[in-house]
Design a protein around this ligand. Structure first.
Ligand code: AMP
Ligand code: MG
Length: 720
């Protein structure tokens, strides 16, 4: 490591922070206000609310003994005050003296009772995003690489590991302490609204995401460290703010698999759980073990954050309906203030433009065009790698064009452009084919929300603080009109960038350095049609193609054995006549492809890059051998759930729990996770492709397989 690294609580803050740049939402400082669902009016300027992680069951469980500790005897009919119950978690005790960043490590006796278990850590996220973070022996612990026992807390290694686990579990909190602190700082959640499945959904917000720190390093840039599944926030609505193991494992691995394919994404740093009986998370199928994911991104600001500040007509026409309530929630109507908060809109736009995206000198229009470009490039890469997000709601689309929110996502198995990976999307609004147009839909909502700022800037070449003060409806309308005028044609530009980026991606996957118009049809379209018509696997077909030698295509024996191998490795089982038909169709396409690759211009381009061998090497470096398929996720989740619960579910009473079994279960769960993480982060390695055979190699080869037929195109009915 070139940079000196520091334990998490000592990481430096960036020169600007979200909390110093953006307004805070009005929340009372009663402990319950951090946990009570609160709908903020569109006119309130704030973006974020201060609160502390609370990785505890919800509703809160309180034993009689705990009530007694609070001085309440329930048997005598005395009442427990919810504020007293919640106050036990207030991090008021200073654990460490001030670090270089001016913050303190705080906790409380009750908070220290959390028993976090670190399940996994991503070495590549650590290296890419937080190279200045010292995690002690945490990576070794997760790799089961520790000879006897983990480093003691008296050692530097042990301290760094413990600090990492404490902060990531919320057992301890990094914050400025005391009222007199000049720049108060501490964990926070943000407010956003959004369109879900095309319909205005009102306020959503970070219902289970709590950010704990921002930091910056030379190589890793600005990073926000966020916990997902860390408990109730004011945006949790009716839910518990928690996450089940299944959803944590899916996101932990999904982010890192997507990053390894060079698709922009939020990253996963670590995954934690806690002993099953302490925190069972109840979902459709009963209690499941919990998870807490730590994810990283330069920013988690989504389109929905802007919609919250300027909700527009959709929001005015549709007030939120309270299920089971007595009708419309009236205090959401705002009369004169329905325009939202244009000052908050300006400051949020400025924050993302300048502090996050480094575009100080650009106009707001240029910045929005950049946001559009980044998202167009992102979705193009999704298409090229068959990544399906599953829920492209406007609250799941970021300003920096990073893939976010790994819910029912999937990688394409058998190629079908109409494939729908989300069980709850029967009409296929977010099908593979529709992804670019749904990103466009989301961007349209962003352009609409930002219209006053873009338009004002276009007229005055500057949007000063207080620009909207005293503005009439007509003024605002004229800014919006101006925005329409300057943004005109952006949809076409989005489509062009998206198509162009896709084209580049496809050409690389086919190992072509030059482009001809006929490639769209003869190479790309025909190939995809073949995969679809014969139900062949998307990724393994490309990997097979990365061994095809066009120079030998006139050798009919070579062609026929290549085709037959290709069909075998891209299907689970095909009746022999279907396999023959597929082989015939493929070999005619391969002839066209070979002729294309052998053309002079194309050959000349490859001569400089190592000829045919060099070309195949390059194809293998971008066509993955390992794909994080649904069957793999299901398998690893099932094994981890079993390992983490068996010691408890196999006994009748608490005191029968075998601690050794618990410990071994944790080790098994880590081992399962690290194996798949390793393959996900190095997907192009020749896993299991070795000539010799061993148990390991066979296992790798199995994990690179298509899995059982019934798991192809599997839709996850993901409990979250
Ligand atoms: P998602 O589908 O993950 O984008 O979530 C949609 C909204 O529901 C977001 O505001 C989430 O923060 C919120 N949400 C999802 N799951 C939970 C949960 N278990 N507890 C609280 N809020 C949640
Ligand atoms: Mg979301």
């Amino acid at each position: 490591m070139t940079q000196t690294s520091l334990p998490i609580h000592r990481l430096p803050l960036p020169s600007t922070t979200l909390q110093t740049k953006l307004a805070q939402l009005p929340l009372s400082d009663q402990p319950s206000s951090q946990r009570r669902s609160t709908t903020f009016k569109p006119s309130s300027e704030g973006v974020w609310a201060r609160l502390n992680p609370l990785w505890a069951p919800w509703p809160i469980r309180l034993t009689k003994e705990e009530a007694l500790e609070l001085g309440v005897d329930v048997d005598k009919g005395q009442q427990v005050n919810v504020e007293d119950v919640l106050r036990r978690w207030d991090p008021v005790d200073v654990q460490n003296d001030e670090a270089e960043n001016g913050l303190k490590v705080m906790s409380s006796g009750h908070r220290l009772k959390f028993e976090p278990i670190l399940l996994g850590i991503s070495p590549s996220a650590l290296k890419d995003s937080l190279p200045h973070l010292d995690v002690g022996d945490a990576v070794k612990l997760c790799n089961d690489d520790i000879e006897s026992s983990p480093a003691g807390v008296e050692t530097k290694e042990g301290q760094a590991r413990e600090s990492f686990i404490d902060i990531l579990s919320g057992r301890k909190v990094i914050a400025s302490s005391g009222e007199d602190s000049k720049t108060p700082y501490g964990p926070w959640s943000t407010r956003y609204c959004g369109h879900q499945f095309g319909v205005w959904a009102g306020q959503l917000g970070d219902g289970r995401a709590i950010s704990v720190l921002e930091t910056q390093s030379e190589e890793g840039g600005r990073q926000e460290i966020q916990l997902k599944g860390a408990g109730r926030t004011p945006f949790s609505r009716t839910a518990d703010g928690l996450a089940v193991l299944r959803s944590g494992v899916r996101e932990f691995l999904g982010c890192e698999a997507v990053a390894a394919l060079d698709i922009p994404t939020t990253r996963s740093l670590a995954l934690l759980t806690t002993p099953f009986p302490n925190l069972p998370v109840t979902r459709e199928n009963g209690p499941e073990p919990s998870s807490l994911l730590c994810r990283l991104s330069p920013s988690f600001i989504r389109i929905g954050h802007f919609e919250a500040l300027n909700p527009g007509k959709d929001a005015r026409n549709m007030r939120q309906f309270y299920m089971g309530g007595r009708g419309w929630l009236d205090d959401q109507s705002e009369g004169e203030n329905e325009e939202g908060n244009l000052e908050g809109l300006r400051s949020l736009a400025e924050w993302v433009k300048v502090d996050i995206m480094g575009m100080k000198d650009a106009s707001f229009k240029e910045w929005v065009e950049e946001v559009i470009r980044k998202n167009a490039e992102m979705v193009a890469k999704w298409q090229v790698y068959g990544y399906m997000n599953g829920v492209i709601n406007t609250d799941n689309v970021t300003l920096i064009g990073a893939t976010i929110d790994y819910g029912p996502y999937a990688f394409m198995d058998v190629y079908d452009e109409n494939h729908i990976c989300n069980h709850s999307d029967p009409s296929g609004l977010y099908s593979y084919r529709n992804q670019p147009s749904r990103i466009l839909f989301a961007l349209d909502k962003l352009v609409a929300a930002l219209a006053p700022v873009i338009g004002y800037d276009a007229i005055h070449s500057l949007v000063p603080v207080g620009y909207s003060e005293g503005a009439s409806k007509d003024d605002i309308k004229s800014w919006e009109e101006k925005s329409k005028e300057v943004m005109q044609g952006w949809e076409g530009r989005f489509r062009d960038i998206e198509k162009d980026e896709e084209k580049k991606g496809w050409l690389r996957r086919f190992g072509l350095q030059t482009f001809q118009n006929s490639d769209n049809r003869d190479i790309i379209y025909d190939y995809m049609s073949l995969l679809h018509a014969h139900s062949l696997d998307f990724h393994s077909s490309f990997r097979q193609l990365s061994s095809f030698k066009p120079s030998r295509s006139s050798d009919s024996e070579y062609l026929s054995s290549f085709t037959s191998d290709l069909i075998k490795s891209t299907t689970t089982s095909l009746p022999s006549d279907a396999a023959e038909a597929a082989e015939r169709a493929f070999s005619s396409w391969l002839k066209v492809y070979a002729a294309r690759v052998m053309q002079d211009g194309e050959q000349a381009a490859w001569t400089k890059a190592g000829g045919e061998e060099g070309r195949l090497r390059e194809m293998k470096a971008i066509n993955p051998r390992f794909v994080l398929r649904q069957w793999i996720l299901e398998e690893v989740i099932e094994k981890m759930e079993k390992s983490l619960t068996e010691a408890y579910t196999s006994v009748e009473a608490k005191d029968e729990v075998d601690e050794k079994k618990v410990e071994n279960g944790i080790k098994d769960a880590r081992r399962e996770l690290v194996k798949i993480l390793d393959m996900s982060t190095r997907p192009f390695e020749p896993w299991g492709e070795c000539e010799s055979s061993s148990e390991n190699i066979e296992e790798e080869a199995r994990l690179c397989g298509l899995g059982k037929k019934e798991m192809l195109g599997f839709q996850c009915s993901c409990s979250s």
